[in-house]
Write a protein that binds this ligand. Structure first.
Ligand code: PLP
Length: 361
């Protein structure tokens, strides 16, 4: 076996301990006589897996009792539609557009109502977070939307916007469980799990009870109503059972590690290794304003397409995989999710330093 350091932005690296447990339990889960993949979603065994996953997530995120936890399908992009379909009762919403993912969300919402972009960093290719303390919030906005960590552009919103009393909806896909959050500040906080929590196929939506409406936009399919899933504890239809089981293993791994506070410290230490190197480098440069840098996704460039390509090719050979940047930013991107060990970051920085020595005389 030879596992590489996988810097993919998603689907992404998972904790090795989790994969080993999954392997050990692949043919028979507990004394059930079967794999989790083969179980009825109505069986006692799976019910316990689902209940335990929710319980542990509630502990990890300190989720208040007046919030529901929904395990859904359809990925992040389905939420871009589901949110307006369920919440746009005045048919008005305010979007803060700080990168590719909030831009896509805003575009999708336009199908359902009036969308106001109340702040954006498009003027500088989304390389910073604008001041969000005093925005022109629409009087009848049903919600204010953010993508708190922009996976492609590598920014994080550190100070939540002043929504002037409006409901805050946040996509935290690429920072899910990477640090503590105060769930009570959000109406909906949600993420696709394939970035930082588990295998692709599960989207976790944490929604305040009073936002689970009976009356939603007309023509909203039953499957796309939050109420359907809240009323049925995520078992209205067959959920992605195996993927939820893996998420549950990741939650247990995180709890054992000391929860999100301990994870945050580790993530800060990992990111510091790379950012400190970038700040001293003569050849590599970070693309994001320092105050807004993500701990999870770190884009960087050399300024030369040829050098970037040479670096990416060399890194691949050295077992540092999926380091090529997104086409809209170019260069490189290293995703340092929870399961990326510090050894991986050290190996990357050592490789960068060697590359720099070779190319800067
Ligand atoms: C990946 C990603 C999405 C889209 O998720 P899909 O499951 O591919 O639809 C949405 N938001 C953020 C922040 C992401 O990183």
């Amino acid at each position: 076996m030879s596992r590489v350091y996988n810097f993919s932005a998603g689907p992404a690296v998972l904790p090795e301990e989790v994969l080993i447990t999954a392997r050990d339990e692949l043919l028979e889960y507990g004394t059930s006589g079967m794999s989790v993949m083969e179980m009825s979603h109505r069986s006692k065994d799976f019910e316990n897996i689902l209940d335990e996953a929710e319980r542990n997530l509630r502990v990890l995120m300190n989720i208040p009792d007046n919030y529901k936890v929904l395990f859904l399908q359809g990925g992040g992009c389905t939420q871009f539609a589901m949110i307006p379909m369920n919440l746009m009762r005045n048919k008005v919403a305010d979007y803060i557009v700080t990168g590719q993912w909030s831009k896509k969300a805003a575009q999708e919402a336009k199908i359902y109502g009036e969308v106001h972009t109340v702040a954006t960093s498009a003027d500088k290719n989304f390389s910073y977070i604008p001041d969000l303390s005093d925005l022109n919030i629409s009087e009848n906005a049903d919600y204010v939307y953010i993508c708190q960590n922009e996976t492609v552009h590598g920014t994080t919103i550190r100070t939540l916007p002043n929504t002037k009393g409006k409901v805050l909806v946040a996509d935290i896909s690429s920072m899910f469980l990477s640090e503590p959050v105060d769930v009570s500040k959000y109406g909906i906080i949600w993420g696709g799990v394939q970035k930082n929590v588990g295998p692709a196929g599960v989207t976790i939506v944490i929604i305040r009870d009073d936002l689970i409406y009976d009356e939603v936009l007309p023509f909203t399919p039953t499957m796309l109503k939050y109420k359907t899933h809240a009323d049925n504890k995520s078992l209205y239809n067959t959920p992605p059972c195996y993927n939820i089981y893996i998420c549950g293993l990741v939650f247990k791994w995180l709890l054992k590690l000391g929860g999100t506070e301990a994870m945050h410290k580790i993530n800060q230490a990992k990111a510091k290794v790379l950012y400190d190197y970038l700040d001293g480098s003569k050849i590599f440069h970070g693309t994001v304003e320092k105050k807004d840098r993500s701990l999870m996704n770190v884009p960087f460039v050399t300024g030369s397409k040829e050098l970037d390509a040479e670096f990416v090719a060399g890194a691949e050979k050295a077992g540092l995989r999926n380091i090529k940047g997104h086409r809209s930013v170019g260069g490189m991107r290293a995703s340092l999710y929870n399961a990326m060990p510090i050894e991986g970051v050290n190996a990357l920085v050592n490789f960068m330093a060697d590359f720099e020595k070779e190319h800067v005389k």
